[in-house]
Design a protein around this ligand. Structure first.
Ligand SMILES: [Zn+2]
Length: 106
């Protein structure tokens, strides 16, 4: 298991009660985005891609990962695949912030 997948497992336990699906986190080469969730046809999350460039900045990579995990949480817990960065997303992100998820990253 690679490092970001280990982060994912730990964050899942710590901040999402282990309720997120066990998806692999993959360093993506030549990505145009910072990070991205990949879904299947039924909007089930299958992978998280993190831009390979962020390997140089683990704290930024972990921050991007938490952001993508909030997207997965909204998809799984709220059954909302189109919310993007709307209110449920921001509410969850704020919860993570209050619980200290970003304390050692930002
Ligand atoms: Zn986003």
């Amino acid at each position: 298991m690679n490092q970001p997948t280990r982060w994912y497992r730990n964050y899942n336990k710590e901040y999402f009660q282990g309720l997120l699906p066990k998806v692999p986190v993959i360093w993506g080469l030549k990505m145009l985005l910072v990070a991205q969730v990949q879904y299947d046809k039924e909007w089930i999350p299958t992978k998280i891609w993190i831009n390979n460039e962020l390997q140089k900045w683990p704290a930024l990579a972990a921050t991007a990962l938490l952001h993508e995990m909030v997207h997965i949480w909204i998809t799984v817990a709220e059954r909302d695949v189109y919310c993007q960065h709307g209110r449920p997303f921001m509410r969850t992100l704020r919860r993570l912030m209050n619980e200290g998820a970003f304390d050692r990253l930002l």
